[in-house]
Design a protein around this ligand. Structure first.
Ligand SMILES: Nc1nc2c(ncn2[C@@H]2O[C@H](COP(=O)(O)OP(=O)(O)OP(=O)(O)O)[C@@H](O)[C@H]2O)c(=O)[nH]1
Ligand SMILES: [K+]
Ligand SMILES: [Mg+2]
Length: 373
């Protein structure tokens, strides 16, 4: 490629990075504006009293069958009707799955433009942001079109679906202040930026990185990228912070209204489960997917000389499942009184039980016996 071509490409990358960063900043300002934040878009936010070990929020267009599903799953009444916007506020219920109480939150339908204040969309998305799992409920007769719109609405509110936080760190260094607009060009030429990538970068280049950093006035910093697919949007996410990474299941409802051939095509959508909430079809698969996505760890307590109590597990989150977390879930004094614990199950080294301390990581269905000092 000619030197000229190379320079053009670099400039293009740079401008692209700049645009992405500017867009993210504008979006943040819009959300923080007078009608922004968790509330806005007319009326106060929904207050949901939290119960259970984890929560699942239902997001979808009106009349896709959210309330039908929620009512049947939990036995809690949530109005169902053929007209749109039947549900006007958040309606929580409890589903008991594998001995674990899980909060299911039915929400009003949202429409395109929800994140920008249309309808009660912002309140709905604000609740979804605090859930451990999101069900995007879709009508099988128009799933792909609606899916994209809903994803954009949630994205715009800082929610990242089925995604891990990007493996990028941006560390500010001490020296250097904010440049004025006039000195911007000189400033860019003497940037104190060090970029380290431990893997080849496929979706971002150094020009784009520099552009994003300059938009955020990060003149002196170390950037480390440790995964190949990172994009400028990922970098922006890391700098902006305030993003939430939530698993999502696409619930493709009303399969009773389509043919088997059409159903085969639907199965190709990643993270999706086709169901009929009205005819109660394929709900087992949905519950399995729900359980797996929540990534919970059930721990059974074993009192001295007795069999383990399998009816009431202590339920922990996968990355917060040490013996200490287990103790704290029972009573906040127990960890202090612990001499040691004996663990049986996947996390134990041998089947006759392993003696462990507070920092031992527990696995699903482990049995624990606490020995006090
Ligand atoms: N054919 C069919 N119809 C369904 C199914 N699930 C729900 N419906 C119907 O779809 C209509 C809307 O159901 P709702 O449960 O009120 O839908 P919603 O998503 O809660 O609606 P809003 O609260 O208005 O957003 C009702 O007439 C339901 O009977 C299904 O699996 N198959
Ligand atoms: K409805
Ligand atoms: Mg409803």
């Amino acid at each position: 490629m000619s030197v000229f071509g190379q320079t053009c490409l670099q400039e293009l990358s740079y401008h692209l990075g700049l645009l992405k960063a500017k867009l993210a900043k504008l979006r943040r300002e819009l959300l923080a504006g007078p009608s922004g934040g968790g509330g806005g878009g007319g009326g106060p936010g929904f207050d949901v009293a939290r119960t259970g070990v984890a929560s699942v929020g239902f997001v979808g267009f009106p009349s896709v069958g959210k309330s039908t599903l929620m009512s049947k799953l939990t036995g809690t009444h949530s109005e169902v009707a053929a007209y749109e916007f039947t549900t006007l506020t958040s309606v929580p219920g409890t589903l008991r799955l594998h001995g674990s109480p899980i909060q299911i939150i039915d929400l009003p339908g949202i429409i395109e433009g929800a994140k920008d204040g249309r309808g009660r969309g912002r309140q709905v998305i604000a609740v979804a942001r605090t859930c451990n799992l999101i069900f995007i409920v879709l009508d099988v007769l128009k799933p792909l079109h609606d899916k994209k719109i809903l994803e954009d609405e949630l994205e715009g509110f800082g929610i990242r679906l089925n995604k891990k936080p990007p493996n990028i760190t941006v560390k500010k260094k001490e020296k250097g202040g904010e440049p004025s607009h006039l000195s911007r060009i000189c400033w860019l030429t003497r940037l104190g930026i060090a970029i380290t990538n431990t893997v080849p970068l496929t979706n971002i280049d150094h020009e784009e990185i520099k552009a994003v950093l300059s938009e955020y006035r990060l003149a002196n910093c170390d950037v480390a990228i440790r995964e190949p697919g990172c994009t400028a949007d990922d970098l922006v996410d890391v700098i902006e912070g305030n993003r939430v990474y939530i698993p999502c299941i696409y619930v493709l409802n009303k399969i009773d209204a389509i043919s088997i051939e059409e159903l085969d095509l639907l199965y190709k959508i990643p993270h999706s489960v086709p169901i009929s909430s009205k005819e109660w079809l394929n709900i087992d698969e949905l519950l399995d997917a729900l359980w797996n996505a929540l990534n919970l760890v059930r721990v059974y307590t074993k009192p001295r000389g007795l069999a383990p109590d399998y009816s009431a597990p202590v339920v922990l989150k996968r990355n917060k499942a040490t013996v200490e977390d287990f103790c704290n879930a029972i009573h906040k004094e127990i960890a202090k009184q612990l001499k040691y614990a004996i663990v049986w199950g996947t996390s134990a080294k041998h089947s006759r039980g392993q003696k462990v301390g507070l920092d031992h990581e527990l696995q699903d269905e482990d049995v624990v016996h606490i020995v006090k000092k």
